[in-house]
Write a protein of this length. Sequence first.
Length: 257
Amino acid sequence: MENRYVLAERSERVLVLRLNRPKQLNALNTELMSELVSALEEADRDPEVGSVVITGDERAFAAGADIREMAEASPAEMLLRNNLALWDRIQGIGKPIIAAVSGYALGGGCELAMACDMIVASETASFGQPEIDIGVMPGAGGTQRLTRAIGKARAMEMVLTGRPITAREALELGLVNRVVPREVYLEEAAALAREIASKPPIAVRLAKQSVRRALDTTIDTGLEFERRAFYMLFSTEDQKEGMRAFVEKRRPEWKGR
Ligand code: CAA
């Protein structure tokens, strides 16, 4: 099926997914989110893809969920549409996802960036949860992920005032991995994605899952998960190859098995 709102381009083992509703500042309507989630799930199954970058354009990563689409909806309609269930499927993606953010990352746009594993921001990026100013509150994970990322005090301030923060503030607060000039944010994100895509894929997948676990479980359960994943990797050819290559002082060649 031809995508309308999400353009996909693969370079070596990195898939770049570009949100493509520039006139609406990439507002996340149902169709865009469906296309995005389908593309992510396809990438997750594709052995030729090692990691994914999600980006928008220079003006906006995404200015939130599509307000026009939901302005007149009743609670029952919202429940039946259940668009937010699409977001749960992003959680299930095993390959690393990097958000390359320039311009607005507001509301659902900020939530989408936070649902990714890492964020590379342009100096022009701004992050915010302005839902309070349209009579609602974050609904796609904002109150949970923002609080885990930057702590209660600042998350509370952002969610209750709706005021955005700059890329530099986001860096200081630990919301983003790095801030780079506007001209290179996408290339920086792609370079990070390329580096990760060159690593042994099964170890990458389990390591991602394990770090994610740290955010939502007890230390004991998290350590147990980590240990099992670590032992499991000794069943892979890549573990044998990686350790033999170290001993033999040569570069490993990963098989993804
Ligand atoms: N939904 C639908 N359309 C949107 C949109 C959104 N979230 N954000 C921007 N647009 C549209 C505007 O309606 C406008 O379209 P028209 O030209 O057809 O009128 C176009 O994009 C350009 O926007 P502006 O003219 O407003 O551009 P600006 O530069 O003056 O302002 C902005 C930029 C400050 C980002 C402003 O557009 C804005 O405040 N947008 C809404 C931000 C917001 O409230 N996001 C939260 C949405 S709710 C949500 O996300 C819920 C959730 O948790 C899942």
